[in-house]
Ligand binder design. Structure first.
Ligand code: ACO
Length: 319
């Protein structure tokens, strides 16, 4: 069995930027409150006619270009999303059609903000065992469509975007270990209860959140997940070149880095620029750090996600 390695990364943010000052003019909030509580300065919002699959397509093309591959090379597509274009077909199947990748297997993963970590874990196994040779793993969301834009407690936190990686076999570099977790009994602390039945939305179509409970769970679960995975892999926190956590909130990220023992200057953060983009956040941050040359071949990275479910997970890799 070979390693499965990330060979290229890509990302995409919609053109429209909503700054904190724009939100100040619409709801009872302030730039000072948002920045001091979350570190978020702006978020991107998809155009009315832009779908999750469109964001995914742009990120996927960038990742394939970076990998030096073409859509015809792809034989597996996994899209992590909480905001699919439609109930079915899956967004992965829609992306397959838009890319023109005829025969690739395609399916979605739904683990909310942890979706990309779950999807990368699945893709790693499928490539490392040899069943597939070129996986496109995408996190893409139009989370803005799940928000009540009059609810200041939630709407300031999220944004839209997409990130993608191409995973191929490699003899030396690749995923060193993974850890996934979930606790369904905590579903109520972060959820969208609405569903469609008999042609109507039943339940609340907007995001509901107990912010402080989510904060506590995120720091505890991700801290424990990192410590377990690092111990199992024989890698110390001081051996990590970069920590790339879910981009929800600077206070969560800083508390987590301190808990795991990772120096703040080794943490990649992009949340200020685009807020919490759910499943897109980790590949967006990874792509940013690859393109600005912080991340380079042979480095050891820890990627982490946490989100609704509640779900959480970690991927340790040699880039
Ligand atoms: N602007 C101004 N005031 C606000 C805003 C806002 N946008 N939002 C809430 N407030 C007010 C509240 O109404 C409250 O006022 P009150 O005391 O008069 O009732 C006050 O600020 C304090 O509210 P809290 O909810 O106690 O604020 P807290 O300090 O806990 O910060 C926050 C809220 C930022 C959401 C915090 O709990 C947090 O970071 N939680 C993590 C949530 C998160 O990151 N979720 C993302 C999704 S989950 C994930 O991806 C992991």
């Amino acid at each position: 069995m070979s390693y499965a390695r990330i060979r290229g990364t890509g990302s995409y943010l919609p053109e429209r930027v909503v700054t904190n000052s724009e939100l100040e003019s619409r709801i009872d909030t302030s730039d000072e409150w948002i920045v001091s509580r979350t570190g978020i300065e702006a978020r991107h919002v998809a155009a009315d006619d832009e779908l999750t699959s469109d964001l995914a397509l742009a990120a996927a093309r960038n990742a394939l270009d970076a990998a030096g591959l073409v859509p015809g090379d792809v034989d597996l597509i996994i899209v992590a999303t909480t905001t699919p274009d439609m109930i079915f077909p899956s967004t992965a199947c829609i992306l397959q059609d838009k890319l023109g990748v005829g025969a690739a297997a395609a399916f979605d993963v739904q683990a909310v903000c942890t979706g990309f970590i779950y999807a990368l874990t699945i893709a790693e196994r499928m490539v490392a065992t040899g069943s597939h040779r070129c996986a496109l793993v995408v996190g893409a969301e139009v989370f803005s469509r799940l928000l009540d834009w009059n609810d200041r407690r939630t709407c300031v936190l999220f944004g839209d975007g997409a990130g993608a990686v191409v995973v191929t076999p490699d003899a030396e570099h690749g995923v060193l270990g993974t850890h996934l977790g979930a606790d369904g009994s905590l579903g109520h602390i972060l959820r969208v209860t609405g569903g469609i039945s008999e042609g109507q939305v039943r339940g609340n179509p907007f995001l509901e959140m107990d912010g402080q409970a989510v904060f506590r769970l995120a720091v505890r679960a991700l801290g424990e997940s990192a410590q377990k995975l690092l111990a199992e892999s024989g890698v110390g926190a001081e051996d990590l070149d970069w920590f790339i956590p879910h981009q929800a909130n600077m206070r969560i990220i800083n508390a987590l880095a301190d808990k795991v023992g990772i120096a703040r200057e080794r943490v990649v953060t992009t949340v200020a620029r685009h807020g919490n983009t759910s499943a897109a956040s980790v590949p967006l941050a990874l792509d940013t750090a690859v393109r600005d040359a912080r991340v380079s071949a042979g480095q050891t990275l820890l990627l982490q996600g946490v989100g609704g479910g509640m779900t959480w997970g970690s991927v340790l890799l040699r880039y």
